[in-house]
Design a protein around this ligand. Structure first.
Ligand SMILES: [Zn+2]
Length: 438
């Protein structure tokens, strides 16, 4: 009996080991990611390539480098030519796939920027070449973390960013496939400039989360992130228009800490400026009579703003409520000549001074708006002042908080949460409702 039990026990352990190995192993097709360095309008006729260790030359089979020969020398000028490439003015025939180079060890420099992995060259229809860096996904993540966050931030915030960067890489995998690579190196995808993004802390963040992804159900989650949620994150349906279960509004008071330079912002728009902006979009609703938020979620993030004119109305929806006027986020209030709130301003009277509250982001004294002990009173006692300012105003004041689309992780919020003792999994699970890390 005892012997039977032991055999069963060993079997269970073996099965568990197999299951966990399978679950935690990254799909090999995602092990190497291709990042476009020069493409479309930045495609090159020639690039300078160097490596202290020398190179292997070969071609790319999908995302895998196939070595064919060793190139003598460490510095080359590479340009496209019919049927192959020219390397230091010597023609090199390419019959399999696209020509690629990989350093024998260390990094490769492309026009003086150093990258891990290697470089692929694809001739394009303009007679120029698309230049691509192919790199191990975990090296890519370490480099992205250092460009998307400050490497000096708390390690748990960096680790949360690392999981986001790696997950985003998978869900955006085909974003630039028509150009021959997976992701671009700008904030359209994720900021990447090779090893200049690596520090001890970003490499540690990538290593300690190696091969880990943010998951929802059985799939890698779309780990969108932005600079600052401004006190709450948003709903995907109110930004892009499509509902995503785990990209939904969550409150985030940590986001508005005093070290967040993107916590609060203000715009002023005159009626003439609004009219001119509409004219640029070929919209004519006459003279502007009112401009107000007509739809916002439970935390005050706008999804509908209406502009009223003498000749009609114009409605901005979802992310247009941010992008149309170039506001920094969708989380804002509008006060001004056409709205009620300007007629009845609230004043915050503190022991150190007083100010008109044109929006009402009231928070504790540990936040960034510390007036000392304060009281809120209505405009009754200062009515005269309020009326005179209203009568002369032809402007709308837009008071907002946060920076970016506001979906998923807030980078400044993650920083503050990490400093409060939350680990990267807790941080991620706060911002992406119902997800897990695997
Ligand atoms: Zn992109």
């Amino acid at each position: 009996m005892r012997k039977y039990f032991s055999a069963a026990f060993v079997l269970v352990i073996l099965i568990l080991a197999f299951v966990f190995t399978s679950v935690y192993a990254i799909d090999p097709k995602y092990q190497t990611v291709k990042i476009g360095l020069y493409y479309s309008s930045t495609a090159k006729s020639e690039v300078a390539i160097s490596s202290d260790s020398g190179f292997e030359a070969g071609y790319m089979d999908s995302n895998n480098f196939v070595a064919q020969s060793t190139l003598p020398g460490t510095t080359f000028k590479v340009s496209v030519a019919s049927g192959g490439v020219t390397i230091n003015d010597v023609f090199y025939s390419v019959t399999n796939g696209n020509f690629a180079l990989r350093p024998l060890s260390g990094t490769v420099s492309v026009n003086n920027t150093a990258y891990r992995g290697g470089v692929e060259f694809i001739p394009n229809s303009s007679g120029l070449m698309t230049v691509i860096n192919f790199v191990d996904i975990n090296d890519y993540v370490a480099a992205v973390v250092g460009k998307e966050m400050s490497p000096t931030w708390h390690i748990e915030a960096l680790k949360a960013q690392a999981v986001c960067a790696r997950s985003f890489c998978i869900t955006a995998w085909n974003k630039h496939s028509s150009l021959g690579f997976n992701l671009c190196p700008t904030q359209d995808c994720q900021a990447y400039q090779g090893i200049s993004g690596e520090t001890e802390s970003t490499v540690r963040a990538a290593t300690e989360t190696k091969d880990q992804f943010l998951m929802y159900g059985n799939s890698v989650a779309e780990a969108l992130y932005s600079s600052s949620g401004g006190g709450s994150t948003g709903y995907a349906k109110y930004v892009w228009g499509n509902d995503v279960a785990y990209l939904r509004a969550v409150e985030d008071p940590y986001d508005l800490g005093s070290d967040n330079p993107r916590a609060y912002w203000t715009f002023t728009l005159t009626k003439e400026e609004i009219k001119a902006k509409l004219a640029k979009a070929s919209v004519d609703i006459g003279d502007i009579t009112d401009f107000r938020v007509t739809g916002a979620d439970e935390y005050g993030r706008t999804y509908e703003v209406t502009i009223y004119g003498t000749n009609g109305t114009y409605v901005l929806k979802n992310d247009k409520t941010r992008s149309f006027f170039g506001f920094y986020s969708q989380k804002y209030t509008i006060t001004g000549s056409g709205t009620e709130s300007m007629h009845q301003p609230l004043y915050a009277i503190g022991t150190k001074g007083a100010q008109v509250l044109s929006s009402y982001n009231v928070q504790s004294a540990t936040g960034s708006c510390n007036l000392g002990d304060f009281y809120i009173q209505s405009a009754t006692s200062t009515k005269q002042h309020a009326q005179s300012s209203t009568q002369t105003s032809d402007s709308y004041i837009i008071n907002g908080s946060g920076w970016g689309h506001g979906l998923g992780l807030s980078q400044y919020g993650a920083k503050a949460r990490a400093e409060q003792g939350y680990n990267y999994i807790e941080i991620l699970q706060h911002y992406y409702v119902g997800t897990y890390v695997q």
